[in-house]
Design a protein around this ligand. Structure first.
Ligand code: IPE
Ligand code: IPE
Ligand code: MG
Length: 225
């Protein structure tokens, strides 16, 4: 039976969720933040799951209207400030991935603070992908190691990435079937699950069902079974 050790989620559909309710997109993002909390706590109680990587803001999301980007930044700041206690209570370590230098000093400070305060937690790792894009991550990694005298190995590149762990299971909510520049290196042998459920409506029951289906898949990694 497979174990879903590293789960990654493309949390899509907040805007459409709000539109269906004739609300502003911001309301969808607020509702989405509640789902993040519920899913994270569920994963922290599951013994198999060691890492949960959540796509929260991509390197391409800066293309959105300024007001929406600003709202997302404020929401992230508020979320992290409120969540610190819950991370500590649930023994969750917070490890952001992505290029954080693009964020305001104050947001960078909050991110760093939560990271440091939870560094000793040895339960679930919740990794938020913030200003994350796989192309950007791979290019930053190559630039870190390009002056090495030896030829670059798979191990060297992996170690230079923000996320050093292969992904077992990628879930995308919101109905689209694409990766949108998420964990392209780490997803080499990931199992992909797509659901029409919009992120604010995604439940721990649905996650449990996906994990159950995942455990039954025959993973061959190119070999024969
Ligand atoms: C995902 O929801 C959240 C972010 C990308 C920040 P969207 O905002 O993309 O929602 P839809 O896809 O427009 O419904
Ligand atoms: C992917 O969703 C990024 C996040 C969930 C943060 P998008 O809504 O940005 O993706 P596209 O534009 O539909 O591919
Ligand atoms: Mg979207």
């Amino acid at each position: 039976m497979n174990r879903a050790r590293h789960i990654a989620i493309i949390m899509d559909g907040n805007g459409r969720w709000a539109k269906l309710r004739e609300q502003k997109r911001a309301k969808g993002h607020e509702a989405g933040a509640k789902t993040v909390r519920a899913i994270t706590e569920f994963c922290s109680r599951n013994e198999d799951i060691q890492r949960l990587t959540l796509y929260a803001f991509s390197t391409e999301n800066w293309k959105r209207p300024t007001l929406e980007v600003e709202f997302l930044m404020k929401l992230l700041q508020k979320y992290l400030e409120n969540e610190l206690e819950s991370y500590l209570q649930n023994n969750i370590r917070f490890e952001p991935i992505g290029d954080l230098r693009a964020f305001s000093k104050s947001l960078q400070h909050t991110i760093q603070n939560v990271k440091e305060k939870t560094a000793h937690c040895d339960g679930l790792v919740q990794s938020l992908a913030l200003n994350y894009g796989a192309h950007d991550e791979i290019l930053r990694a190559i630039n870190k190691i390009k002056n090495s005298q030896e030829s670059i190995t798979k191990e060297m590149l992996t170690n230079a990435l923000d996320c050093k762990d292969d992904v077992d299971l990628i879930i995308r909510t919101g109905g689209d079937k694409r990766l949108s520049n998420f964990l392209l290196w780490q997803a080499a042998y990931a199992e992909l699950f797509f659901t029409d459920t919009l992120w604010p409506d995604f439940t721990t029951d649905e996650l449990e069902k996906i994990i159950k289906d995942f455990t039954k898949i025959e993973r061959k990694f190119g070999g024969l079974k």
